[in-house]
Design a protein around this ligand. Structure first.
Ligand SMILES: *Cc1c(COP(=O)(O)O)cnc(C)c1O
Length: 403
């Protein structure tokens, strides 16, 4: 019997917002036997990682690495920032803001959430009002997400600092950059951020398994002696050693470190501002395609209306009538491209959940990858009879050629 013809044979492409594509250079750097952890090359690899990690976050301050994913990095942040009963104000624009709030609440932090829904940006006036209402300065830290991967909403971090300063509120500013570091413009020190949280598997192009914190002198001083801190999560030995084993509270994540080291070198070679500009350009191509497709159907739209509120590493979109799931399945089965599901939309009743998808343009991506994804999506819409405006690919190429 003849097999059915599928256009999926060839190199598959996972266009989901993490884990992202790992460069061959990163994979090759990891392909080795176990190194000695009591001396030798791994010490030099780690010595080279610290300055490059600081540069990626735009800080000259402190950095700690954990073996764990983004959820672990949240716990690391909570454990260092708070004592039991301390107050946190969390800004949520999607699933990940809520997730950080839940993880803080679970360890005994008194968490207030300002929830802005899943398709509008943070309303700075509401943040200002909440901070002004806190006359006794009980809020110890303001927690926000630079790009919430579930909604693709971006938060203006510099504007948050400006609000804190305008109100004269001393809360520490802590930002989840897991989906945006190495993708969207981010300047920790210049923007007055006290704690940055990230992980290895998105813009940092390394397998999942490293959670990373960067913290300010101010956060270090103000959080000394917090009672949620345990030996494993404590950022002091991780950032300051002085023994090598203290950086990782035991055995180092050796292979991840080789991979991360290579990925950071790649970012340095490209130049961080060029990396941001590449993400901005590819995002622009995706948005142009969606704008055109939306023109032909009221059921098809990007989740975030205003471009300035959209992250540069992922685009969430709605396609009515369950078309998002149909399109995702077609793209994977017939063309070798896996798109992201509507994360956080799983709480919606069926079939609403099937009306969302996400396209990642995160990390090790270039024009042919992103244009390829868009062209596959347009082909899928044609095959499946999903109503859409004609000419999305033309619009995407225009966006790239005229940027
Ligand atoms: C992916 C992500 C997380 C969670 O990271 P995990 O590694 O899946 O635990 C948290 N916040 C944001 C913004 C993310 O994109």
């Amino acid at each position: 019997m003849k097999s059915p013809v599928s256009l999926a044979h060839g190199r598959p492409y996972l266009a989901i917002p993490g884990p992202s594509t790992m460069p061959d250079r990163v994979l090759r750097a990891m392909h080795r036997g176990a190194p000695n952890i009591y001396g030798g090359e791994i010490y030099e690899v780690v010595a080279g990682i610290w300055p490059r990690l600081r540069a990626v976050a735009g800080t000259t301050q402190h950095c700690a690495i954990y073996i764990g994913n983004g959820h672990a990095a949240w716990e690391a942040a909570n454990s260092n920032l708070f004592s039991r009963g301390d107050k946190a104000l969390v800004l949520a624009v999607g699933r990940f803001g809520i997730g950080w709030a839940e993880s803080a609440r679970a360890v005994g932090v008194d968490v207030d959430v300002l929830d802005f829904g899943t398709s509008r940006p943070v309303d700075m006036a509401r943040v200002e009002a909440a901070l002004r209402a806190d006359r006794g300065h009980k809020i110890k830290a303001l927690l926000a997400t630079q790009v919430d991967t579930s909604s693709s909403i971006k938060t203006d971090v510099a504007a948050l600092r400006a609000v804190l300063d305008a109100v004269g509120h001393p809360a520490l500013l802590a930002i989840d950059c897991i989906a945006s570091l190495g993708c969207d413009e981010y300047r920790m020190d210049a923007w007055g951020v006290d704690l940055t949280v990230s992980a290895s598997q998105k813009g940092l192009m390394t397998p999942p398994g490293l959670g990373i914190l960067w913290f300010s002198d101010k956060a270090r001083e103000r959080c000394r002696g917090n009672d949620l801190r345990t030996p494993y999560w404590d950022w002091e030995p991780r950032a300051f050693g002085p023994e090598f084993w203290q950086y990782f509270c035991g055995t180092a994540p050796t292979h991840h470190l080789y991979g991360l080291s290579e990925a950071l070198l790649m970012l340095e070679e490209e130049g961080l501002e060029n990396t941001w500009a590449r993400h901005r350009a590819l995002a622009g191509a995706v948005w142009a395609a969606f704008d055109t497709w939306s023109g032909g159907s009221p059921e098809l739209a990007m989740n975030v209306p205003r471009p300035e509120d959209r992250g540069w590493s992922v685009t969430a979109a709605r396609m009515g009538g369950g078309d998002a799931t149909r399109l995702r399945e077609w793209c994977e089965r017939e063309a070798g491209v896996t798109l992201g599901i509507g994360l956080g939309m799983a709480a919606l009743p069926d079939p609403a959940w099937h009306n969302f998808l996400r396209v990642a343009h995160m990390g090790h991506v270039n024009a042919h990858m992103t244009l390829g994804v868009l062209a596959v999506m347009e082909t899928g819409m044609q095959v499946l009879g999903i109503p859409h405006g004609e000419g999305g690919i033309m619009a995407a190429t225009r966006a790239l050629s005229t940027r």
